[in-house]
Ligand binder design. Structure first.
Ligand code: BV8
Ligand code: ZN
Length: 246
């Protein structure tokens, strides 16, 4: 099958499907100007994950970790959803109107899918605009840029942390339940802009495939998913996603 035929075939499948699950990673927000984690301009080239995105790092130096999140909050505050986020929000509305089912699972913490109007979103790694109390667990929205350091809980005055899942922490049970239900029941899994190396998200494609889903990958590059999926297209999310969903 030529690339054009393959694109046309994928476009048709997406247009006909009633149950679609989408998994996104940093690549979908790269076109909005949010830095990715890996790759030539990735965050982990300048920062070590274990110095900043682990519970041990926060226990050691909460000021340093909060400064990093303040810097990222500043970057993200000036960004807007791009054509890929918007096309996914339109797909959800289209499926709603046709009595279909949609679930967007994102590893991104930037909140741009919600800003674009997506509603059935599971943010499996949390959200940078939420804070959580390290003592009483209260979760609250906080959009201050910069956030005054060190922030404390309105209820118990103890230290707040970002409401984000760090390396070595488990994902919320409810998020995992919704995620696996969506993976195991979809006709199509669309994977967009993720390097496919962070678990458990790295295992989602095989889960959906074993349950019978048709799996499509959109990415600038090939990834560990590429050999496993049914179709893989290389290009920018902001171009590929609207073209496949128009
Ligand atoms: C857990 C939040 C159970 C911070 C993040 C060894 C083997 C297997 C597993 C492990 C292991 N050692 C440790 C683990 C577990 C670990 C893990 O997977 N580590 C990896 C690195 C091996 N996982 C965990 O700890 C998870 N929890 O497993 O719980 C447990 C717990 C304890 C003990 C036992 C079991 C928790 C993971 C939490 C991760 N949190 N950070 C923050 O954001 O502030 S990770 C970070 O990576 C981000 O959240 C990010 O979302 C995530 C995934 O990255 P991607 O989104 O894929 O981004 P990346 O930059 O990598 O790639 C971008 C892609 O986009 C590229 O492919 C690029 O080509 C593409 N792209 C770029 N531009 C575009 C584009 N595509 C299209 N268009 C473009 N324009
Ligand atoms: Zn508290």
């Amino acid at each position: 099958m030529s690339i054009d035929q393959s694109f046309e075939d994928t476009y048709r499948r997406l247009a006909d499907a009633l149950t679609v699950t989408v998994l996104t990673g940093a690549g979908v927000s790269a076109d909005s100007g949010v830095p990715t984690f890996r790759g030539p301009d990735g965050l982990w080239n300048n920062f070590r994950a274990e110095d900043l995105a682990t519970p041990e790092a926060f226990a050691r130096d909460p000021q340093l970790v909060w400064e990093w999140y303040n810097w990222r909050r500043g970057l993200i505050a000036s960004t807007r959803p791009n054509a890929a986020h918007q096309a996914l929000a339109r797909l959800e509305r289209r499926l709603d109107q046709r009595g279909g089912r949609f679930r967007l699972i994102t590893q991104n913490v930037d909140g741009l899918h919600l800003s674009a109007g997506s509603r059935r979103v599971t943010e499996i790694h949390g959200n940078i605009w939420k804070v959580r109390c390290t003592a009483c667990g209260l979760v609250a929205e906080n959009r201050d840029v910069p956030l005054r350091l060190l922030p404390t809980c309105s209820r118990c005055r103890e230290l707040l942390r970002p409401h984000i899942v760090w390396f070595g922490e488990t994902l919320a049970a409810e998020d995992l339940r919704d995620t696996y239900a969506a993976l195991e029941s979809c006709e199509i899994l669309l994977i967009i802009g993720t390097s496919g190396i962070v678990y458990p998200a790295a295992s989602f494609a095989p889960v959906a495939k074993s349950a019978g889903a048709y799996v499509i990958e959109l990415n600038l590059e090939t990834t560990p998913y590429t050999g496993v999926v049914d179709r893989s297209f290389q290009g920018r999310a902001k171009d590929l996603v609207p073209a496949l969903l128009k």
